[in-house]
Write a protein that binds this ligand. Sequence first.
Ligand SMILES: [Zn+2]
Ligand SMILES: [Zn+2]
Length: 324
Amino acid sequence: MRLFVIFCLAAVLSACTTSPVINVTATGNNAISGKSYKSVVADKSWIHGSPDCDLNPDPVIDRWQYDDRSFILRQNKCLTAEAPFIYVLTGTRKILVLDTGDLNDLPGFSLYQEIRNLVSEKQLAGKEILVIHSHGHRDHTRGDSYFAGQPGVTVIAPSELALAALPGAGNWPETNREIDLGNRRITLIATPGHQEQAITLYDHANQWLLTGDTLYPGYIYIKDWKAYKTSITRLADFASRHKVTAVLGSHIEMTTIPGQHYPIGTNYQPNEAQLDLSVDNLQALNTELKRHDKPVSLIFADFIIVPMGALQKQVSNLGKWLLP
Ligand SMILES: [Zn+2]
Ligand SMILES: [Zn+2]
């Protein structure tokens, strides 16, 4: 039933995009290729579903370790077509979990337990697990239930109020917030546009910009065009003042062919694009967005920007109530 509703919504969303389409890759401007920079996760081949999911041999969750303090997880595309990524960053006092994914009712599986198994006992000892969300869409929050009531866990809701209450001077969302994990600083930047509560995290240790669904190699719906433009300028300004080694989002939906994405809702993505984008991608997006006061679809080599129409926004708002 849930899948049926999702696919109906996806069909409505796809059919109702009426904004002009600009193929940025064809203009010769800003056609940044994914191959023009060094990926931090290039050697990793993620689990990416199967043509027949009944025969899928993959685990519920794929794990990748960057170093002994940084982990990236991806959920099985046969169990959720969204196959979202989850980031786990450890400090000396806290372990940050960015997003809880799209699964919450698999027998024998617990994301909380997965993360405990992932991080060594030594790293876990006495530390708080801090769960935060890139935004409030269900494919990033559904796994919160695994953390509810667990000892030593704090879950920050993806709400304006909860984010504004975090430490930091000045008004949210204009001014960033800081989280200290213990010898590891994380900056939170408000980046509404894809969704009202969208944020981006900057990990000062790895110099990663964790952009959620604000920027990733895929088909990115924009709910509020003006807010999105402001957010991308905010990120571009931040990136010009801080070294960024990778722009890491929450999904892969692009193929390795420039400007080409997989069908929405597919459970199988052979030869998919790499996970990380670069600062060049971000700056190119910012430059292009400045040319467009009105919403337009923008096809870049490594991602696609798609403004929602009025009906799509209504469906998006309804989805908050309809989907479990
Ligand atoms: Zn989203
Ligand atoms: Zn998402």
